[in-house]
Write a protein that binds this ligand. Structure first.
Ligand code: FMN
Length: 307
């Protein structure tokens, strides 16, 4: 949470990073208990007697915690045994521990295959250590496909996109993530080491780590780094035909770099059409993607068990 966001939520300043996660954990615990406050047996739906539910089976939770006081029970009935799917994003140390314990799905931000693989393997291991089946914690990195009927067409789209990016706007954007104004620095020179110090960061440490990774592995000057981050938000972007993108996605899944993807098309609304027409159809032909839904809920589509 940035300071500007905190000011929209009744706070003069954001809470300290780790305290935010402690509060988030208590929040998740309370919400899960509220979901469970109506048992499945509480539903009677007895029209003849005019009874919806057995009140004796709707139980207050009497929660008195450090951050929340919630009496319960929930004021609406649950519609299924399963809890809604919990999606988490955030990749600091505490963020990962929080995900390992609570998330069904992680929206990750990873700049390349190796970073994705390291992150996914670490999260599967952390899920195992938290007593969970690692297959039930899905990692879906953001993925920005720039699709063309030919490679030349895809490259042209990417060049068009890059040309639209104002260098000063990109540096302003990077300044937000880096929590410092970078406008006065030389855009040709690398970002100074003291700015690349993660301990300074109060907001998203995970995203900052990605920026560090890109700055160091790709050895970019400030202007190039800003352009890269503004264009991709530190996600992976791939430029190619439907076939090459489909194969690359398969390589990621088969190589243990992720369980699936969170597709973020670069162009709206055409990017969605390009992706479904060129990439999804190719994945289906290759037997890597379903042609129909087997279940009826998001939980089913993700292959997650009831929870
Ligand atoms: C890929 C990604 C997507 C995110 N999307 C959202 C979002 O939609 N809404 C939000 O409030 N925070 C979002 N966040 C922010 C994090 O959930 C949150 O700021 C967290 O505290 C970051 O923590 P970290 O320091 O553990 O990396 C996102 C973070 C990442 C990495």
């Amino acid at each position: 949470m940035r300071e500007s966001e905190a000011r929209n939520f009744n706070l003069a300043q954001s809470l300290p990073h780790d305290l935010r996660y402690a509060r988030a954990q208590e929040f998740v615990d309370v919400v899960r208990r509220l979901w469970d406050s109506w048992t499945q047996e509480s539903f009677l739906i007895d029209r003849a007697r005019g009874i919806l539910a057995d009140e004796a089976q709707i139980l207050p939770i009497h929660h008195r915690g450090q951050h929340f006081s919630v009496e319960g029970a929930l004021n609406v009935p649950r519609r299924s045994e399963a809890h809604p799917v919990l999606v988490q994003a955030g990749a600091s140390g505490v963020g990962k521990a929080f995900a390992a314990r609570n998330a069904d799905l992680i929206f990750a931000s990873v700049p390349d295959f190796d970073a994705a693989r390291a992150f996914t393997q670490e999260m599967k291991q952390a899920a195992r250590a938290a007593g969970r089946n690692p297959a039930h914690l899905k990692v879906l990195p953001g993925f920005i496909p720039i699709v063309g009927k030919t490679l030349a067409e895809a490259r042209e789209k990417k060049e068009h996109m890059d040309a639209l990016l104002l260098p000063t706007a990109a540096i302003r954007y990077l300044s937000q993530w880096m929590e410092v104004d970078l406008a006065h620095l030389d855009p040709e020179a690398p970002v100074p080491d003291e700015i690349l110090d993660i301990d300074r960061i109060k907001g998203q440490k995970g995203r900052f780590k990605n920026i560090l990774h890109i700055a160091r592995t790709e050895k970019l000057g400030l202007g190039q780094l800003a352009a890269r981050v503004a264009a991709t938000r530190t996600h992976t972007s791939i430029v190619g035909t439907g076939d090459t993108i489909a194969r690359e996605m398969e390589r990621w899944v088969e190589g243990g770099a992720c369980d699936g993807f969170n597709i973020l098309p670069a162009f709206f609304p055409d990017g969605f059409d390009d992706f479904t027409q060129e990439v999804v159809s190719r994945l289906q032909e290759r037997g890597s993607f379903r042609k129909d839904y087997a279940g009826t809920t998001l939980r089913d589509h993700l292959g997650l068990p009831d929870r």
